[in-house]
Design a protein around this ligand. Structure first.
Ligand code: GCU
Length: 374
């Protein structure tokens, strides 16, 4: 038995009291129940997409000395969505190692920072998205900007993706999508493109994000089973940190500043975390038996590193249903001592709220171990 200091609900007990004892029941019953609860109560349901036409096209493909000294092919891809004559589009760049002999594994990054942190031209280099290092380690990579998909401020939310649904702008139903769901939708469109790209192995793709991007990476991977792995850096509250007994940010803090990230129902849980029918460890559990990696920083108490690691422990029983190991150890690791053995990876690094080259190298070490090896 795992200790349950924060009194979180049991991941293996269904709403009707059924105890899940095997992976079939998990997949058929509990997983779908939880997915639905997260949609209804926290992140919101996507609108009906049946009338939305989606076009994905490679606008430009080039290999030149200016782009990573010719070490990568850069494909500029445009995603266009059309509904009732309204168009919405965003673009992203994908880099593929120029020496790729066959399909390579890849990382998709949710970039919640400025253009300089994911510069497709590579005039600006940032350790937030070290594309050169990723390429040199034999992975392809792509990054999209949250600002292009669903602008990250209150009024901005109704532009971008949500523009396609003007009736929604009038009145938002309590369980309708928030920005995190819209960003996760965009990540899945990159996966659509990967499925068409012969040099990328769509079966070995990780979705990565930092902070609000980390929440998105977990939610996107939970929903879209094509992703083989989720990576969240400092995701914290409403990401990988438990809501019950939160040591840093609370639901009340997050919905006050960023109400549009979530559905309206989430407001019900302000100061009432104990009434949530789930907790965030279940978001990790939804990804099982696929790979999850979370990372935390020593000076990032707002993201509650203790609650982040506790989630990894509490999600592990789901992996065990599949005969796999979740987190490799029950004891919180010391800084700079990554835990890589199980299907849930974790590290705790000295530093502030950020994602950097050290983090990326750990993510890739873990991916080398579990995703790259055939
Ligand atoms: C705020 C917010 C966090 C979030 C962070 C970020 O601090 O409260 O929940 O993770 O922004 O996205 O950087």
């Amino acid at each position: 038995m795992i200790e349950n200091k924060r009194n979180i609900p049991s991941i293996l007990t269904c709403l009707d009291g059924t105890e899940v004892g095997d992976w079939e029941t998990w997949l058929k019953k509990r997983r779908s129940e939880l997915l639905n609860l997260f949609r209804q109560e926290e992140y919101g349901f996507l609108p009906d997409m049946s009338e939305v036409e989606i076009k994905i096209r490679v606008a430009d493909s080039r290999r030149s000395e200016e782009i990573m000294q010719g070490r990568a092919i850069r494909n500029t891809v445009e995603v266009e969505a059309i509904r009732n004559g309204i168009h919405f589009s965003f673009t992203f760049a994908a880099f593929i190692p120029a020496d790729a002999k066959g399909p390579v594994p890849a990382f998709v990054t949710v970039c919640n920072r400025g253009i300089k942190d994911s510069d497709p031209a590579r005039h600006f280099l940032s350790s937030f998205y070290p594309a050169e290092t990723i390429i040199s380690r034999g992975y392809a990579c792509a990054a999209f900007r949250t600002q292009e998909v669903s602008p990250d401020y209150d009024e901005g939310f109704t532009t971008g993706f949500s523009r396609l649904f003007p009736e929604y702008v009038e009145g938002r139903s309590d369980d309708a999508w928030g920005a995190i769901t819209a960003w996760a939708w965009a990540a899945s469109r990159i996966m659509d493109y990967f499925e068409m790209e012969p040099l990328i192995d769509e079966k070995r793709v990780a979705l990565v994000g930092h902070s609000r991007g980390g929440k998105t990476a977990l939610w996107g991977t939970a929903q879209d089973e094509r992703f083989a792995m989720a990576v969240s850096s400092c995701a914290g509250n409403s990401g990988d940190a438990l809501s019950r007994g939160a040591k840093g940010e609370k639901i009340g803090d997050i919905v006050k500043r960023f109400p549009y990230w979530f559905c309206k129902n989430y407001q019900k849980y302000v100061d009432k975390e104990e009434t949530l029918p789930f907790d965030q460890h279940m978001l990790l559990g939804l990804i099982a038996p696929r790979l999850v990696y979370t990372s935390a920083k020593t000076f990032d108490s707002w993201a509650d590193p203790e609650g982040q690691f506790e989630s990894c422990i509490q999600a592990s029983p789901v992996y065990e249903l599949f005969g796999k190991k979740g987190i490799g150890q029950k004891k919180r690791p010391l800084p700079e001592q990554p835990v890589h053995e199980g299907r849930i990876g974790h590290h705790y690094k000295t530093g502030n709220h950020d994602m950097d080259e050290y983090d990326w190298n750990c993510y890739m070490d873990f991916a080398d171990l579990h995703m790259k090896a055939k």
